[in-house]
Design a protein around this ligand. Structure first.
Ligand code: COA
Length: 628
């Protein structure tokens, strides 16, 4: 049934777009004004993809391995490559976006590991100025008011179209952020959405406090939003009604998806649980008012805050005060620590950060003077009956699992304050590509080898576009890393190698964001084979393919106006997750690793990145081009 709801909804969104394209009636606002003129995601030429593929796997393979891969690729180009390409091109003609549904399933809904740490990023806001419960609730009320003012722009479609340079971007992710929820399934999850133009759109948020969940209306009887003072009163009511810590039912949402699906089915057998789950799914978002904050050593406050946003700190801290299936969860902790966590199925970081920037702008302004909304209902506590002994056991297991997951995560945030993106710009280098080369050098210094590296490339220039991969490890980055660490190489030569590697990366970026990346194309060729009952091509089973998809460094740039930092877990057990916010005069990094892998240590990688940034600046300043 839920699956059907999701399928219908996705179909409905596509239909809406089609309709908008033909009669312009449904999406009339500014936000979707250019949606129908955005291009469709292209299918890159087959030969171009395989040539690029060979170049990116070369630094990761021995000569013998490369020769074997070369043969596999040449065979693929003869058969079944052209057949698959043809099928993919036909799909691209039929669909608004040949990739978007496949991507949502493959990257998210089919994924069985817990969403916590593995899928859902956290965002740490700059520390806010409150230190007691009253201040915490006042800030929460203001945050909700800021959120409501943003939501009004989404609902009325007045948000300006986002741009990358001069290029307008697809705004569909904004439409889905404040109304979506993931639902666990035994083999595959589903995704439901209650968009603002539904007959009965969501009008409430869920407040989590002491592991209890409350449904709190944000609008009065005439659809007028509650003002900040009213929201504050409502929040105080919630806190009064949840003085004791409750059964940690929210922990079930941090579990392996198959396990959570089994518990979910048991929960649904009870009528009251069913109503509570529906309230959760239909909400605008979850607001977690946290009670616990672990002590943190001086200078480590931001890293502690980042862990609260990523996983909540474990069963004894805030991990149960979450509903991790919900697309957006704002987290307001003690002593000014706040941020959010988002389930990734429908959106990338940039739209989320746009909401964050708006809310922080709003919170820094004066008090809300709007009139109170009439007929405000008191928040309603959601009831959960844990009747089956199996459910009790599952919650106990969830406690153990989250605690061991928390122990396994090694996450640190650091601010590099010696310079920001202005320095590479002054050297006529792309800051993003420059930072990617710093990661390559940092890794090479520690492990004396290059590694497959993922960087997110936005495909939002296209209708319903999501992401492709920028393969940051290249022949040029390998040459640069080796050269930088070789004392026999001159400063001049090192600077040349750096410039060449940065330019090579920037070219890859330019092609990837124009839909000419290789990873989603290769994925498409594999999926179209499966869809047509053909075998998985040998290329996709070759060790070069798995090696180049085993991302020992997984990265994303998420710029923000404020000193906010996004954090996520590594995508492989022996990898690093690196997110960065390059500001003009400083760069904020969130770096994660897993403790179960003794070779990867976040602080070790952070130190090496800092060293790289210093060395790279030194060689550029010491070389002739810089002095010209
Ligand atoms: N000389 C001088 N300045 C340069 C330059 C050069 N050679 N190259 C770039 N710049 C400038 C740019 O004009 C830009 O200026 P601005 O600060 O005024 O905006 C700035 O440097 C940043 O450019 P750059 O560092 O090259 O990055 P970008 O903004 O083009 O972003 C990506 C590159 C790959 C991060 C971006 O295209 C992208 O795809 N982002 C996806 C993010 C995402 O979805 N993340 C997911 C998180 S879950």
């Amino acid at each position: 049934m839920l699956r059907l709801v999701r399928a219908n909804w996705i179909q409905r969104v596509s239909c809406n777009i089609q309709k908008m394209q033909t009669d312009g009636k449904l999406f009339v606002g500014r936000m979707f004004s250019v949606q129908d003129s955005l291009p469709k995601l292209p299918v890159p030429p087959l030969e171009q993809t395989v040539q690029k593929y060979l170049r990116t796997v070369q630094p990761l393979l021995s000569d013998e391995e490369y020769a074997n891969t070369l043969k596999i690729v040449k065979d693929f180009e003869k058969d079944p490559g052209p057949k698959l390409q043809n099928l993919l091109e036909k799909r691209a003609q039929r669909e608004t976006n040949w990739l978007s549904d496949w991507w949502m399933n493959t990257a998210y809904l089919d994924f069985r590991q817990p969403v916590t740490v593995n899928v859902s990023p956290g965002v740490v806001f700059p520390k806010q100025n409150y230190s007691d419960k009253e201040g915490q609730l006042r800030f929460t009320a203001k945050l909700i008011s800021g959120l409501l003012s943003y939501k009004t722009m989404i609902d009325q479609q007045t948000l300006p179209v986002e741009k990358m340079g001069k290029q307008s971007l697809c705004m569909m992710q904004y439409y889905k952020i404040l109304c979506g929820c993931r639902i666990p399934g035994r083999k595959k999850d589903t995704w439901v959405c209650y968009p603002p133009d539904e007959a009965n759109p969501p009008r409430h948020v869920i407040i989590a406090h002491n592991n209890a969940f409350f449904s709190m209306d944000l609008y009065g009887s005439n659809n007028q939003p509650l003002n900040t003072e009213q929201l504050h009163v409502q929040l105080k009511h919630v806190v009064r009604q949840s003085k004791e810590v409750e059964t940690p039912i929210g922990l079930l949402t941090t579990e392996n998806r198959n396990k959570w699906a089994k518990s979910y089915e048991l929960l649904l057998k009870d009528k009251e649980n069913k109503v509570s789950l529906s309230e959760l799914h239909r909400s605008i978002c979850v607001i977690c008012v946290d009670n616990q904050l672990p002590d943190s050593a001086a200078g480590e406050e931001e890293s502690t805050a980042a862990r609260m946003m990523l996983h909540g700190g474990g069963s004894q801290l805030n991990s149960a005060n979450r509903w991790c299936d919900k697309t957006l969860q704002f987290i307001v902790g003690k002593n000014g620590v706040c941020g959010l966590n988002y389930e990734h199925t429908t959106a990338e970081g940039p739209p989320i950060i746009s909401i964050v920037d708006h809310i922080l702008d709003y919170c820094s302004k004066s008090e809300d003077k709007s009139a109170p909304a009439p007929d405000v209902k008191a928040p309603r506590k959601l009831k959960f009956n844990i009747t089956f002994p199996e459910l009790k056991n599952n919650i106990e297991e969830a406690v153990e699992n989250i605690d061991s997951m928390v122990k396994d995560v090694d996450l640190n945030v650091f601010k590099f304050t010696e310079y920001g993106k202005n320095f590479p710009k002054s050297q006529k280098l792309s800051p993003d590509s420059y930072l990617q080369m710093a990661f390559q050098l940092a890794y090479f210094r520690l492990y004396s080898k290059p590694c497959a590296t993922y960087e997110t490339a936005s495909l939002r220039q296209f209708q319903l576009g999501r992401t492709d991969t920028i393969r940051s490890c290249s022949i040029e980055s390998f040459e640069f890393s080796k050269g930088m660490l070789d004392p026999a190489v001159s400063t001049q030569k090192k600077a040349e190698l750096l410039r060449k590697a940065v330019t090579g990366h920037k070219n890859y970026v330019a092609e990837a964001i124009k839909g000419q990346g290789i990873d989603r194309h290769l994925l498409g060729l594999k999926l179209v084979a499966l869809q047509n009952n053909m075998k998985v091509p040998t290329l996709h089973m070759d060790m070069a393919y798995s090696l180049s998809s085993h991302h020992n460094i997984s990265t994303s740039q998420v710029p923000a106006k404020y000193e906010a930092c996004l954090v996520f877990g590594p995508t492989v057990p022996d990898g690093y997750g690196v997110c960065y916010n390059p500001q003009e005069k400083q760069i904020i990094f969130g770096v994660s690793a897993f403790n179960c892998c003794p070779e990867t240590v976040s602080m070790k990688f952070i130190d090496s990145i800092q060293q790289s940034l210093r060395d790279m600046k030194a060689v550029l300043e010491g070389s002739i081009q810089s002095k010209l």
